[in-house]
Design a protein around this ligand. Structure first.
Ligand SMILES: [Zn+2]
Length: 87
């Protein structure tokens, strides 16, 4: 099954009866690229727990082991954590 692009054709001006300006629509998101621009969260300790933030955008809590100077990515939300310094 082919995946349909969510991008509107440039000549499509109406969606479900609503006028649409294609130029005002968000670009197809590239979540991996966006999250890679977020600096790693510094944690003062050998491990942390990530739940993706509270509320509906969160995910099950996962335990993340940290290493100094090597960001570790949360497998759920992609947020990176790094140990701020070794003890
Ligand atoms: Zn996470």
């Amino acid at each position: 099954m082919a995946v349909r692009s969510m991008t509107l054709p440039a000549n499509k001006k109406y969606v479900n009866g609503h006028k649409v300006d294609p130029a005002a629509q968000p670009k197809p998101s590239n979540a991996a690229e966006l999250i890679s621009k977020v600096p790693p969260v510094e944690i003062d300790g050998p491990a942390t727990v990530c739940d993706g933030g509270r509320g509906p955008l969160g995910h099950p809590r996962v335990f993340i082991n940290l290493e100094p100077h090597r960001p570790v990515e949360c497998g759920y939300c992609g947020v990176r954590y790094v140990q701020s310094h070794s003890h």
